[in-house]
Design a protein around this ligand. Structure first.
Ligand code: MSP
Length: 467
């Protein structure tokens, strides 16, 4: 039996068009999915869009469009972008899909019948950009620390999910690594929070939000958008909401998420699953933010680098490369267009692209290709989510080969020492084949092109220089 590898991205809010923060997570998921496929695993990559809630309702109202029409349009933008970026997802889930909505209602009914959900009242400070209640002590001058907008005081009748009775269980499962949270410091952060604070029951419904899934047992309420959203990780596998009939891919191998949404993923999401008696995902892998000028890049702050501009400047593989090499996955990475242009020219146009064209121009008959020890080293790095480190390793080969060419001057050898010339070329061609293999998950098109030019010996400019 082949090993299952089920990987998810968060589902993206459709209040605005996709940006490079979203692309970052999704490209990482695609790289991991492609890598695990190469390992012979049965891979399923799920992504999609999160389409309900107050934030989206407001945005639709602003544009004067019917909410469904509005979300249809933006959701399509996400899919278009993933196609452009060569993301090979297995399913694209939308929370406005009828099947998803039915399954969510079934789950809520089950939780209600079990007594995990009860009617009450909630009072708190709501940040509509987070779609979450925030603690008073988190706020900066009454504003959300993540979005810099004023929070709203809400007091209303709602249904609540019991958190108290799952808290110890959750701590236990995180500690015994049934639910892994990586990198380690995020696990520590979650545990310290779970051990020091008593979890309040959370509100899972809203009375004043029209744009949501009605509660099956009280049509005056709609489902809280996060509860609706979390269930995508199961409905995206065609699950109908029956806790006794789980999809074969469940539990997820890796759920990728940005650090801003760790808290909810480590509390509400496992709480729902524990109440339902469903196994927890094996791992939550938390990544940092793409910063621009030191602040989280985002629609709400308006400091976004355009993904379309990146694509037109750097191409698909150039964009994938620049985002995956921007810094250690798990930590924040700061990017600017200027630095990306520099890196593109240095690593791709002058680096890999130039190397390929030099070798192909010099190439005689290639021999067979040598040692593949590198594949293991790089494979291990990717398995540990060290994508940028893996790319650095690959680029070490690129740079070594550049140096090797300078030192050996094969164009001179060709005229005076045929044997040495053949040896030098054999190493270079073998290295390029290795590079092409190693690049499959990151830069699938480039990988193909390198293999092709080595065969046809026709040079082509892989990465035109950009200004
Ligand atoms: N809809 C929720 C997630 C529900 S999952 C059950 C949501 N959507 S979001 O569109 O706001 O963000 C989705 C993901 O994009 C999050 O993981 C977030 O961290 C990530 N990013 C958004 N901006 C980002 C950067 N600037 N940098 C890196 N990732 C960022 O939250």
């Amino acid at each position: 039996m082949r090993k299952n590898f089920y990987i998810t991205t968060p589902i993206y809010y459709v209040n605005d068009k996709p940006h490079i923060g979203h692309a970052y997570t999704t490209i990482a998921a695609d790289v991991l999915a492609r890598f695990h496929k190469l390992q012979g695993e049965e891979v399923f990559l799920l992504t999609g869009t999160d389409e309900h809630g107050l934030k989206i309702q407001h945005k639709a109202e602003e544009t004067g469009k019917e909410p469904q029409k509005f979300v249809d349009e933006i959701s399509a933008e996400f899919r278009k972008l993933w196609d452009k970026l060569d993301i090979k997802y297995n399913n694209f889930i939308r929370t406005t899909d009828e099947k998803h909505k039915k399954a969510v209602q079934k789950v809520l009914q089950t939780l209600f019948n079990k007594g995990a959900i009860y009617k009450g009242e909630y009072e708190g400070l709501y940040c509509v950009a987070c779609e979450q209640f925030r603690h008073e002590n988190e706020l900066v001058d009454g504003r959300c620390p993540d979005h810099d907008i004023v929070v709203e005081k809400i007091k209303e009748e709602c249904y609540l999910l019991k958190m108290a009775d799952i808290q110890d269980e959750l701590v236990k499962r995180i500690e015994n690594r049934e639910l892994r949270i990586e990198p380690e410091r995020y696990k520590r952060e979650v545990l310290s929070f779970l051990k020091n604070e008593k979890l309040k029951d959370i509100s899972i419904s809203r009375k004043n939000v029209k744009w949501g899934i009605p509660l099956p047992f009280d049509k005056e309420h709609t489902t809280y958008v996060w509860v609706d959203a979390f269930l995508n990780y199961l409905t995206g596998l065609d699950w109908d909401g029956d806790a006794n009939k789980l999809p074969a891919q469940w539990p997820a191998s890796v759920q990728l998420l940005g650090k801003d949404i760790l808290r909810v993923h480590a509390t509400i999401w496992p709480a729902i699953l524990i109440h339902l008696g469903i196994p927890l995902p094996k791992m939550l892998y938390v990544h940092g933010h793409i910063l621009s000028g030191g602040r989280k890049m985002g629609k709400t702050l308006g400091n976004v680098i355009s993904i379309d501009e990146m694509l037109s400047k750097f191409g698909v593989d150039g964009t994938r490369y620049l985002l995956m090499s921007a810094g250690t996955f798990g930590e924040d990475v700061d990017v600017t267009m200027e630095r990306m242009v520099e890196k593109y020219n240095a690593d791709l146009a002058n680096g890999l692209g130039n190397l390929v064209s030099r070798v192909v121009k010099l190439m005689g008959d290639p021999g067979n290709w040598g040692d593949r020890g590198q594949i293991k080293v790089i494979g291990k790095l990717i398995e540990e989510m060290k994508m940028s480190e893996a790319l650095s390793e690959i680029w070490k080969v690129v740079r070594e080969d550049d140096k090797f060419i300078e030192e050996n001057k094969p164009w001179e050898l060709a005229k005076k020492d045929e044997k040495k010339f053949q040896e030098v070329m054999k190493k270079l061609v073998s290295d390029l084949r290795l590079i092409a293999d190693l690049l499959v998950p990151f830069m699938p098109n480039t990988s193909e092109k390198i293999k092709k030019v080595l065969e046809t010996k026709k040079t082509e400019v892989l990465f035109p220089r950009v200004k």
